[in-house]
Design a protein around this ligand. Structure first.
Ligand code: GUN
Ligand code: FE
Length: 457
């Protein structure tokens, strides 16, 4: 594992951009930011002219000898944003992205996804693929990811090890699925599914005992793949570990909602189903949430469940779905973005940010204007602070604040090999930020920091 502390504190001067609420983005100009050895932000001030920086640092009480350290002066066209948070990501699907477009969910799982995920029985394949996956997401600015593994204990341990080794913050879950899957890719029994989960949790607690970077997350694939006994078993682990996160798929497609209803006729809806098994709480990340009725939306709010909005997969799988994200935000429901990579075709949170905007325009049309489109500021919020809330990490990450950990991206809108919109002499910081959000890619993300550690190769 990499050194838990930095060799020296880090100092940045320049433009820092973050969300302070869903609607409001704050642009800090001439900011000065200091990161401690432990990777925490220990000083942040706006409007410090560059020539005054050294002098100011010399006078700051309580800061350990930082005035002689090198300072990263960000120049015009460069700025910091908080790291991107991917609240819904299937790591094994890294190598199937782009395939199986247009298939309905059950066909897509059976024809494309299950045969693909079965390959992770081979630890060598898992090691190779997860190294590429985690690096690929880091490269695109994902500092925190909530990962589904495959059903395999060994491969999922490798995924957790890989995140820790490469320095990415992650929730990692062994996927529970003991029915409605082919025999070559199905937990052998409910007992085995639970045993492998408990063994996986013990492994993560061993490699990262305080969960500083990597934590286990309970991951029933969805109710279609888990019977009552298995859901109850997973709920039991959740009850015994009240701080453990939970993730699954919720109201994703019409077909999924109908099949769930057939399998669980005793429940009127999915909210009651998951709540009954203790899997619908403030620690739960529910992916998609496209079709919940008003009752279920009320339960999402009352239980403080988090929503992983996956606009790329929602609009490019077997059907086109536009979740009521504006309504969620207005109700104060926690919402973040997910690449759902595999379910979608893109592994980029920037793409998800843009697609959230595009899909919300469709939602506005569908609802005759009742649900207005999201603003770009709101989409950026979903990618950062919103995601931190969904992962129950907003006390640690998601914005630049003294006391938070420094998970950040160094953005350059003036890279030579980039294809983002050219920055002009009279562009304000707002315009450069907008150009980055709408046209940027990994080439504009020149550095990626987690807990102050620079992790992009
Ligand atoms: N529902 C159950 N499994 C999956 C999956 O792998 N991806 C998506 N998008 N939905 C699911
Ligand atoms: Fe998914």
């Amino acid at each position: 594992m990499a050194s838990p502390t930095l060799n020296t504190p880090l100092l940045f001067h320049g433009t820092f951009i973050h969300s302070v609420s869903p609607e409001q983005v704050e642009i800090i100009l001439n900011g000065l930011l200091v990161v401690s050895h432990e990777g925490k932000i220990i000083f942040l001030r706006a409007n410090v002219p560059a020539p005054d920086v050294k002098k100011l640092l010399g006078f700051l009480p309580g800061l350990p000898n930082v005035s002689d350290l090198p300072i990263r002066f960000l120049t015009r066209g460069e700025f910091l944003v908080p790291g991107f948070i991917d609240t819904h990501n299937h790591a094994p699907q890294w190598t199937q992205r782009g395939t199986g477009r247009g298939l309905q969910i059950m066909d897509w799982l059976n024809k494309v996804t299950f045969p693909h995920e079965a390959k992770f029985e081979d630890p060598e394949y898992a090691r190779r693929t997860y190294a590429s996956c985690v690096e690929g997401f880091i490269k695109q600015g994902v500092t925190t990811a909530s990962y589904y593994g495959s059903l395999h204990g060994e491969a999922t341990k490798i995924l957790a090890d890989t995140c820790l080794e490469k320095g990415q913050r992650a929730l990692v879950g062994k996927c529970n699925m003991a029915r409605n899957a082919p025999s070559f890719y199905c937990d052998k029994s409910n007992k085995e599914s639970i045993d492998v989960t408990e063994d996986f949790i013990a492994h993560v607690e061993k490699i990262d005992p305080t969960g500083q970077l990597v934590q286990p997350i309970l991951t029933p694939r969805f109710a279609i793949c888990c019977d009552e006994e298995l859901l109850a078993g997973i709920g039991n682990i959740a009850r015994k570990n009240p701080s453990m996160m939970i993730q699954t798929h919720f109201n994703e497609t019409k077909q999924e909602v109908a099949v769930t209803k057939e399998l669980f006729p005793q429940f009127d809806n999915e909210a009651d189903l998951y709540e009954h098994f203790g899997l619908f709480s403030q620690r739960t990340i529910m992916a998609h949430c496209i079709y919940p009725n008003e009752y279920e939306i009320g339960k999402i709010k009352a239980n403080d469940v988090g929503v992983a909005h996956c606009p790329v997969s929602n609009t490019t799988g077997g059907e086109w779905g536009a979740a009521p994200i504006k309504e969620y935000l207005e109700m104060g429901i926690k919402v973040g973005l997910g690449t759902d990579s595999g379910g979608g075709f893109s592994s980029s949170i920037l793409d998800a940010t843009r697609q959230a905007f595009i899909t919300s325009l469709g939602r506005e049309l569908m609802t005759d204007g009742k649900d207005p489109a999201l603003t770009l500021n709101e989409c950026f919020y979903l990618a950062t602070l919103g995601g931190a809330k969904v992962c129950c990490m907003a006390d640690k990450i998601g914005t630049f604040e003294v006391g938070k950990e420094f998970d950040a991206l160094e953005i350059s809108t003036v890279v030579e090999d980039g294809q983002s919109t050219v920055v002009e002499d009279d562009d304000s910081a707002e315009v450069m930020f907008e150009k980055f959000l709408m046209t940027g890619d990994d080439r504009n993300i020149v550095k990626v920091f987690v807990k102050g550690r620079s992790i992009k190769k």
